[in-house]
Design a protein around this ligand. Sequence first.
Ligand SMILES: *Cc1c(COP(=O)(O)O)cnc(C)c1O
Length: 405
Amino acid sequence: MSPQIDSSRTDSSKKNSSSKDNFRDGLEKKLKLRKQQNLFRKRNTLASRQGPMIKIDGHHLINFCSNDYLGLANHPEVISAFKTCADQFGVGSGASSLVCGRSDLHLQLEEKLADKTGREAALIFPSGYMANLAVATTFSGRTDGVFLDRLAHASLVDAARLSGAKLHRYQHADHEALALVLKNSAVNEKLVLTDTVFSMDGDIAPIKELVRVCKQNNAVLAVDDAHGFAVLGKSGGGLLEEKEISAEDVPILVATFGKALGTAGAFIAADKIIIEMLIQFARTYIYTTALAPALAGATLASLEVLEKEAWRRETLSALIKHFCNSASALGLNILSSDTAIQPLMIGDSEIAVRISDKLFDAGFLISAIRPPTVPEGSARLRITLTAAHTEEQVDRLLETLGKLL
Ligand SMILES: *Cc1c(COP(=O)(O)O)cnc(C)c1O
């Protein structure tokens, strides 16, 4: 249900309207504008598990918009680990990690993640958003500079802002543009933050070039591998594993559990000295309740499944290839992407919403991604593929898109 907008209350000439009324009038105007711009957001409520088939408002839908790329949110071993760990450790962690919220499961997960990423240590956060805030605020301050790709995830933008450092945005995936701003910058410390796989475009950052440019300009490179970790690389170690990039080249690695690992939470992996700085100074680590222990346990199980069931990554790769080939044969306007994120570019927000609604009626859930999540005039349908989809489901989607567009 959308909020009621009562136009009789927006009369600003009313003399004795209280400040509370003015406040509400202001909110109503903002929400009305949001609707007029076709930017109003509505939430879906699932009546089923997360997976390729979901139920919303009594409709059974094929789900093409989750980030559960390997189908692990629903994996029996992950569910079972979650239950067992909840029996053993309870539900809430009860306190922040520095007080008494960190359990043996957190420790095991940290060790496992350090090992998996080939780094000295890892630190667990309740969310990727908080992990990104931690990186920028701990390693940058007012006399420093943070350098961000134009299409960086909102959490990286907010992280940069919160740090108080001078913020520079460089042209998307353009290492030469970055080199130029780095060279001309007179800040103290330089921190470059980038997504590895861009969340709304699905393309991959030119990581080797970024590493080189950062080295040449004395900048520290931190990457957010939310959409690469567990999916890319021979053993699912993410983009850095795939491109054989060392901890020395990219000193700070952030990745999340809520996407391909199918649980929730996030981590930072780095040298011990970097992790120690975060433990001492990262306010989003210190002043928040630790991740629920059973989530740490379930994530450990997820990482084990990742190792045992390499076929999930292979199935996903094959499905991506199949989708790309068929979509280009159909002439669909899909942005160039080799990852599970396959955006169908629409442009206009109203049209994007209309197509998303029609897809819903045809039995598919694909959300319309609009500004400010993506740049003005680049509304799109963000199609995501997972290892749990069948080729037949993908074919049905393509057939339906062919008819609708
Ligand atoms: C989802 C996402 C995050 C936030 O992670 P959460 O654990 O959901 O808070 C951060 N960065 C990128 C690139 C993401 O896609």
